[in-house]
Design a protein around this ligand. Sequence first.
Ligand code: XMP
Length: 512
Amino acid sequence: MKSVLVLDFGSQYTRLIVRRLRDKGYYAVLLPHSVSEDVAREYDPGAVILSGGPNSVYEEGAPQMPEWVLSLSVPVLGICYGLQLIAHTLGGQVQKAPHREYGRARLHVDNDRLFEGLPREFDVWMSHGDRVERLPEGFFSIAHTSDAPYAAIRNTEGTMYGVQFHPEVAHTQYGSEILADFVSNVAGLQPTWKVDNLVDVLIDEVRQQVGDGKVILGLSGGVDSSTLALLLHKAIGDRVIPIFVDTGLMRKNESAEVRSAFENLGIHIHMVDASEEFFRALKGVTDPEEKRKRIGHTFIDVFTREAERLKKEHGDIEFLAQGTLYPDVIESSVHGGPSRTIKTHHNVGGLPEKLGFKLVEPFRYLFKDEVREIARALGLPEYLVKRHPFPGPGLAVRILGEVTPERVKLLQEADAIFIEELKRWNLYDSVWQAFAVLLPVQSVGVMGDERTYENAVVLRAVVSTDGMTADWARLPYDFLDHVSRRIVGEVRGINRVAYDITSKPPGTIEWE
Ligand code: XMP
């Protein structure tokens, strides 16, 4: 299948270009701008897109357009820095703009196949301090804004295009259409890309990287690590060893459920019950940050020990797989070869450098909803695919005050009722996350003529698209009433239920 090569010049939006194209059914690949011609040609490119980037093309040391791009003889589209690169490389002039253009701008377009079927005017998103002052020979403008006469350009042959704005961001109207117009109308590619293709590509990449080596993987039961385990199993069979560390801080029945789900898929999981160790580490601790720290350290200790043990059992294990997603990747540009030695600052679990594993991160250019699609394509049960996010430190950050096995049990019971009822009332999928929180307070109640003095739980349910901001879910009163009655009636030790009506900000989703 012909690909669209997206060369990364360091813009924070680069990955979105790939995303938009894949959504439109085109096979887009992200590569560093420094990639060699040989590697680039392996992807059978049918078009090249040069991304935006933070540099000025005329500065010393600024990344330049690789020479091989022109010798591929395929259409090229430059976006922002990419447009300036085209102009600069082919003899035009780029300099600092009199007004920097950031944010929304009104674009006026000419009749060109890049804008096929689009209105003559719409809003686009700009983010640049330089602009093209003089076009190279053979180029002309096909769109302008009040500040940028060359907001979109092309050459006479129609083989090179450039846009000063960012078609890949959501604030640009018709942005995906413009990218798709370039790929279909200009480059003549067909939209034949499907998620199954992505699975095949990822499997190939894993096989290439790992060879006949062995891989361990920290399985949390969440959708990312579960999908990763499935993908690796498909790629290299039993040479992947998923490790599930039971911290004792999981939701009710969680470890048993994860184990049986994977056994049904024919994947054996190495289970480690480390709950006593975690409870010991948390004894007497009430400060939220201290809890997180101790859980992190204990996790590393347990994981390291298990990894060493497995190495003795299975021979050398060279790789560690992680379900890092694109939003987790701090660096905005693509680096290095396919395998790097692990870095503490960059991975979520903070597994230490001294472990010396090479990282396998097949999802590092994907977004969560793409991983969910892969999960479905690989046959992960739907309840695991749609499962709400769960924080690494688990119920410890939902038990305010000291975490003890008894308090975990109490919270698990209340939480399980809440979740079970959400599913029964068909509300589970409409919220981003829902859970119960155990407070460190007791309150007075009356049950069967008896005075009670027991614990209070808070129910939390939020709607969100990414967890960065959130609003409390407007769950029906009748539903809340039903859940509250069940919890107080069934969970001995809880006599009061409250519902959290704080959005994020100012609150956070979790209570600690
Ligand atoms: P907050 O509480 O910061 O949570 O609004 C935002 C999202 O992140 C999850 N979360 C965590 N996930 N480790 C994780 O893996 C953590 O330490 C952690 N803390 C919060 C939270 O559940 C919500 O989805």
